[in-house]
Design a protein around this ligand. Structure first.
Ligand SMILES: C[S@@+](CC[C@H](N)C(=O)[O-])C[C@H]1O[C@@H](n2cnc3c(N)ncnc32)[C@H](O)[C@@H]1O
Length: 325
């Protein structure tokens, strides 16, 4: 029997995130006194799969806790935002969490935004097959800057979704700038459901980013492999190791790749010298108290419509609403 075609629409929108400046962007980070590479370079297909594996680790309480909050509170979210409209997910990855929202909120359209084009294409088309009633409009874009949603969703009410405490990967001021771009895209009265990891015992936090199976280490090192694939450079992965610590003063977990030897890496013909023990900073994951996050959201043009937390107060879900200008 021929497969039944979904009745709904599917269209891929490539806003062509500016990868041509990539060499310059990576060079700026590796030339600086405290070397860094932006966390968006974690996510090639292997990086996305490794992240998925991280979410299932016993030490990584974030995903499990957030999923429990969805199970407990999505009915309340639906009562507050209503059904229908267009669900816009920022950094959709494997589009796993969204399934709970699709089933509960029954939107007309789903618009996953991600920088990792191939992964986005395959997960969005699988989702379209699994939900034949849903219009699916995957959009390849870099959400760290402003961008316009495709006109096909212009007439829909918008609900943004930014789970997994990805908001914590921005510096606090940049988180407010990001939220202000999101507020512009969603429009007055639009909602954003956002997952935020809370401050807690340092041992619990550090264990979540230093798992005993070494998957987070593989994920961190894979960033160098991704750069090898994208750029004229050849990092030797066994000359680096994963490090992650909680920075009490900043209130964030910081991830680094530590050089194990003195080494010179040619990047686009330019020599980059690393000393033994020198760090390349790859990610910050800020942890917020409720009051801190409310201030960040307010600076981005959002008010808190509702919020929920788990019994241990490890993680919070915020339903934000765009304030009128
Ligand atoms: C940690 S995964 C989150 C996946 C999913 N939302 C979840 O919580 O399970 C982060 C996703 O964001 C995407 N991403 C990271 N930086 C991005 C950027 N600057 N612009 C667009 N997508 C980005 C990555 O490609 C990856 O798929």
């Amino acid at each position: 029997m021929p497969e039944q075609e979904p009745a709904s629409a599917y269209a891929f929108f490539d806003l062509k995130p500016a990868f041509n400046d990539m060499l310059d962007e990576v060079l700026v980070g590796l030339r600086s006194e405290r070397k860094f590479v932006a966390p968006k370079f974690f996510y090639d297909v292997r990086g996305s799969k490794l992240f998925e594996a991280i979410t299932e680790l016993p030490e990584y309480y974030l995903t499990r806790t957030e999923m429990q909050l969805f199970d407990r509170h999505l009915n309340e979210v639906r009562d507050l935002v209503g059904v229908g409209g267009c669900l816009v997910e920022y950094g959709s990855g494997s589009s796993l969490k969204i399934r709970k929202l699709l089933e509960s909120l029954r939107p007309d359209a789903y618009l996953p935004v991600d920088i990792s084009k191939d992964h986005l294409e395959s997960t969005a088309s699988a989702l379209h097959r699994d939900y034949p009633w849903l219009h699916v409009y995957p959009t390849c874009a870099d959400f760290t800057g402003p961008f316009e949603l495709p006109p096909v969703v212009a007439d829909h009410d918008k609900i943004g979704f930014f789970p997994g405490s990805s908001i914590g990967n921005f510096e606090p001021a940049a988180a407010s700038r990001f939220l202000s771009n999101v507020a512009h895209t969603l429009g007055a009265g639009g909602h954003l459901l956002v997952g935020v990891d809370r401050k807690k015992d340092v041992g619990v936090l550090e264990a979540a980013y230093n798992d005993s199976a070494g998957i987070t280490a593989e994920f961190n090192l894979n960033l160098l492999q991704h750069l090898n694939d994208l750029l004229p450079v050849r990092f030797e992965l066994d000359r680096f190791r994963h490090r992650a610590f909680y920075n009490e003063e900043l209130g964030c977990i910081q991830m680094f790749l530590e050089s194990l030897t003195e080494q010179t890496i040619e990047l686009g013909g330019e020599p980059i010298v690393l000393q033994p023990g020198e760090f390349i900073h790859t990610e910050n994951s800020y942890k917020y108290d409720v009051e801190q996050f409310v201030d960040i959201a307010a600076a981005g043009g959002f008010a808190v419509h509702a919020s929920w937390t788990d019994d241990r107060e490890y993680f919070s879900l915020f339903l934000l609403v765009v304030e009128p200008n």
